[in-house]
Design a protein around this ligand. Structure first.
Ligand code: G1P
Length: 279
């Protein structure tokens, strides 16, 4: 039912300068795989096969990554290196990639709005922020868990997790009533609130299922925090007019938009790889 996944990937990644001076932050590798490929794999597991990427200037490496590289593949054909491209070849075979550019950095709400031409206005779609690398070693990936919840409630779903109070000002924060274990009916959402004004410590992380009526809500939304068009503000309107669900997902999220989170993710996948190789 949810076939398209939107990847806002136009940001500059200034926290990783100088690495991101000429390279998209979404292409930074955790071990040997770029961040955005983890997101694409999570979306495929959730049933998506249309990957719609909002890019910007200097992001061509993303387009090239999700395409065949004839010279390289010819070069390594028949060698033991060939298997290192097996996963990406599988993705390219199974998925269609579409792209548009966000010409100006006007916020996540604006980036998602730009994705309208790619995902259309007929069906619900997923949004993955590749900076938030999510894993669940015990079962379904985070997006798949959310798709299941969408099937039940048929409304916008946001992923959330508890964060220390001192960190609420880095996130969209929700207020809501628990309707089942780990599921909240959202009544209010605030983008990066002051610590003493946050409605809770339930922070939104970069996974959303959105119904297409969100586009008309975004269109009516005024710029908010930092003068940017915030998806949090549009979802708050949606929650108050209709219904939005926040879901405390099962699994772990690494904040790969920060050096600390990036290193934690690297260590996690390195240990996993070592364990696999021992077997
Ligand atoms: C964005 C959203 C924010 C959300 C966060 C999750 O912020 O605007 O609501 O909590 O992603 O990572 P950003 O981190 O891009 O500033």
């Amino acid at each position: 039912m949810i076939k398209a996944c939107l990847f806002p990937a136009a940001g500059y990644g200034t926290r990783f300068l100088p690495a991101t001076k000429a390279m998209p932050k979404e292409m930074l590798p955790i071990l040997t795989k770029p961040l955005i490929q983890y997101g694409v794999e999570e979306a495929m597991e959730a049933g998506c096969n249309i990957m719609s990427i909002i890019t910007g200037r200097g992001k061509r490496a993303i387009t090239d990554h999700f395409d065949i590289s004839y010279e390289l593949e010819h070069q390594i054909q028949g060698s033991d290196k060939e298997k290192m491209l097996a996963d990406i070849r599988h993705i390219i075979d199974k998925c269609t990639f579409t792209y548009t550019r966000q010409n100006e950095m006007k916020g996540l709400g604006d980036a998602i709005y730009k994705g309208r031409v790619l995902v259309g206005e007929a069906n619900p779609f997923a949004v993955v922020l590749a900076d938030d690398l999510c894993v669940n070693s015990k079962g379904d990936g985070i997006l798949k868990q959310m798709v299941k919840l969408y099937e039940k409630y048929k409304c916008c779903v946001v992923a959330c997790m508890e964060v220390p109070t001192a960190e609420v000002n880095k996130y969209g924060v929700i207020e809501g009533n628990k309707i089942e274990d780990g599921v909240y009916m959202v009544s209010n959402m605030v983008e990066k609130p002051d610590i003493d004004k946050a409605p809770s410590n339930l922070a939104v992380i970069g996974r959303y299922i959105l119904t297409p009526d969100i586009f008309s809500v975004i269109k009516e939304t005024k710029p908010g925090k930092n003068g940017e068009l915030q998806i949090t503000d549009a979802l708050c309107t949606q929650a108050q007019k209709g219904m939005v669900i926040a879901y405390k997902f099962k699994g772990t999220r690494f904040d790969c938009g920060s050096v600390d989170g990036f290193v934690e993710a690297t260590n996690y996948f390195y240990d996993l790889e070592k364990k696999k190789n021992k077997k």
